[in-house]
Design a protein around this ligand. Structure first.
Ligand SMILES: [Zn+2]
Length: 334
């Protein structure tokens, strides 16, 4: 595949023209402006007569920007009735608690395994604190518990009404065990969450977000296959935006997921630590990202945006845990 374009040179929007941008008659992408940057973490607004729905809500630290985005799209946040979560990581679900407090009629749709961690976020917070340390508050604000009666447990294949659309929930583990992708069968488009990887607008590079503790390459492969089989017309990535060349996108994601796995494995066998393996990832990927950044983009900014959306250290830790837990035989430790 040509280096210039991982997915066939599709036209992708590479400017950020505001906090909310309309993608379809009933669909907006809202830039939650994570850490004051553009195009890192998205929420998707779906509108219908019965109310507004958000697919993912971003960090608790950017709730004001999220709600400003809903207003910029021309809607009243008080009309939000559904918060649909692809998974409960803090960059996608962090704002759920404060939103539910601010929106007395909103209900939260979440994977069965994710639900207990919204009710009691202490495990989520401690696992994120291991990764982010004293950056926690700045990045993620304050995670608040959600009362059980506000939750709707989503099982595999369930249908969710979101705005004017019906979304089918597809259990898609790999990135996280409690992960769902949302398939709009009528339009054959998918809100895939993080299982479809990270591709920042205007940079045609697909990066796998591979955090601990749930990373499973076997599960992830199966989840990619499940989504590929739908031949979706579009993916709406949380990091970040619309992808049209979906089959090529999945092929590149799958290839890179395993290439990075081989790198991590070689590092582990050589006795490297997480920082050294992260440096190996950066050494391979950053030059590619810089090359693939569109002419109008600053290459250094593109590298920084990818790192904000999914950082190398976290990815290294995810692979290390995966191999130690699931494949000790590959490390000569069996
Ligand atoms: Zn994410």
């Amino acid at each position: 595949m040509a280096e210039q374009s991982e997915r066939g040179g599709q036209n992708r929007h590479n400017g950020h023209d505001g906090i909310a941008r309309q993608l379809a008659d009933d669909l907006w992408i809202i830039d939650t402006q994570f850490q004051g940057e553009h195009d890192i973490i998205a929420s998707y607004l779906l509108v219908g007569e019965s109310g507004l729905a958000l697919v993912d809500v971003g960090s608790a630290a950017s709730m004001a920007e999220l709600l400003a985005g809903v207003r910029a799209a021309g809607f009243d946040p008080a009309d939000i009735t559904s918060l649909v979560l692809t998974h409960i990581h803090l960059d996608h679900a962090g704002a759920t608690g404060p939103l539910v407090r601010a929106l007395p009629h909103a209900r939260v749709y979440v994977h069965r395994i994710g639900a207990p961690h919204l009710i009691d976020p202490s495990k989520l917070i401690s696992s994120a604190t291991r990764i982010y340390g004293d950056q926690m508050e700045t990045l993620w604000g304050r995670m608040e518990p959600v009362s059980a009666e506000r939750l709707v447990i989503v099982d595999d294949d369930d249908e969710i009404q979101a705005g004017a659309r019906t979304l089918r929930a597809l259990y898609t583990p790999g990135h996280a065990i409690h992960h769902i992708a949302l398939h709009d069968e009528a339009r054959n488009v998918v809100f895939p969450g993080d299982v479809a990887g990270v591709s920042i607008q205007g940079v045609d590079f697909v990066r796998p977000p591979t955090p601990p503790p749930d990373l499973s390459l076997e599960d992830w492969d199966a989840s990619i296959s499940r989504l590929e089989a739908l031949s979706p017309a579009k993916l709406y990535l949380p990091h970040f935006g619309e992808v049209s060349s979906t089959q090529q996108h999945f092929a590149v994601l799958r290839r890179r997921l395993h290439e990075w796995g081989e790198l991590a494995l070689a590092g582990l066998r050589a006795g490297k630590d997480d920082a050294a393996i992260a440096a190996d990832f950066a050494g391979v990927a950053d030059p590619q990202i810089a090359r693939l950044a569109c002419a109008s983009d600053d290459a250094a900014a593109a590298v920084r945006h990818y790192e904000l959306a999914t950082n190398y250290l976290m990815s290294a830790q995810g692979y290390m845990r995966y191999y130690r837990k699931h494949h000790p035989e590959l490390l000569g430790e069996a």
